[in-house]
Ligand binder design. Structure first.
Ligand SMILES: Nc1nc2c(c(=O)[nH]1)N[C@H]1C(S)=C(S)[C@@H](COP(=O)(O)O)O[C@H]1N2
Ligand SMILES: [Mo]
Length: 192
């Protein structure tokens, strides 16, 4: 086996030191979040224009991706934030893993200058620099006030942050704080 083949095999098995741990598992439940782009681990192949209708219609394309079901997101260490939401002007508890940790599961540790495109099922998308993802400690929320969030509501996954605790955002009117926060998040593209 030459060096390149060895590296390929090691990557496929997830056995490089930086990617230590068991090889990536495919989701058991329906995939709720698909991560593509600059990732080093994958558990599914290329976008399939037949089976991946919505992603196809939204003009996504990838040679491979990392897909997560709800359990995979919920299994990551979670934190709780309490931002004031614009929909009722009241603070709410939002719980979920750090977005950066979700990306790390796909073997993505993008530099601060790289952008991630957070895409929602209604086509809303926000391109956010990783520096901001880290500074704002953005999470992928799985629960609102202790309950899972409906598809058709704000869920099942919502990329969100604690706007009240980020001074430059807390200074803005509440309606201008969440442009970077797609609810019904279902796809993340990690750009170079
Ligand atoms: N899925 C989804 N998330 C979204 C939006 C949207 O249209 N769809 N709008 C964004 C914007 S621009 C803001 S200011 C807040 C609130 O948007 P809304 O007032 O349209 O709900 O949610 C953000 N997240
Ligand atoms: Mo907005």
């Amino acid at each position: 086996m030459d060096k390149r083949h060895f590296l390929g095999a090691a990557l496929a098995a997830g056995s490089l030191p930086a990617l230590a741990g068991p090889p990536p598992k495919a989701p058991i439940g329906p995939a709720l979040l698909t991560i593509s782009g600059e990732i080093r681990r994958s558990n599914r192949g290329a976008l399939d224009p037949v089976r991946d209708q919505m992603m196809f219609k939204q003009k996504l394309s990838f040679p491979r991706a990392f897909a997560l079901d709800f359990a995979m997101v919920a299994a990551l260490p979670a934190r709780t934030i309490r931002p004031t939401l614009e929909y009722d002007g009241k603070p709410h508890a939002l719980r979920g893993p750090l977005l950066a940790d979700v990306l790390a599961l796909a073997g993505a540790q993008p530099p601060d200058a790289a952008k991630v495109v957070l895409r929602a099922v209604d086509g809303y998308a926000a391109a956010i620099p990783m520096a901001q993802v880290r500074m704002w400690k953005m999470i992928v929320a799985t629960h609102l006030d202790g309950q899972p969030m409906a598809l058709g509501g704000l869920g099942p996954l919502w990329a969100v942050y604690d706007a009240d605790r980020v001074p430059e955002m807390a200074a803005r009117p509440v309606k201008e704080r969440f442009g970077a926060c797609p609810w019904a998040l279902y796809h993340i593209e990690v750009q170079a």
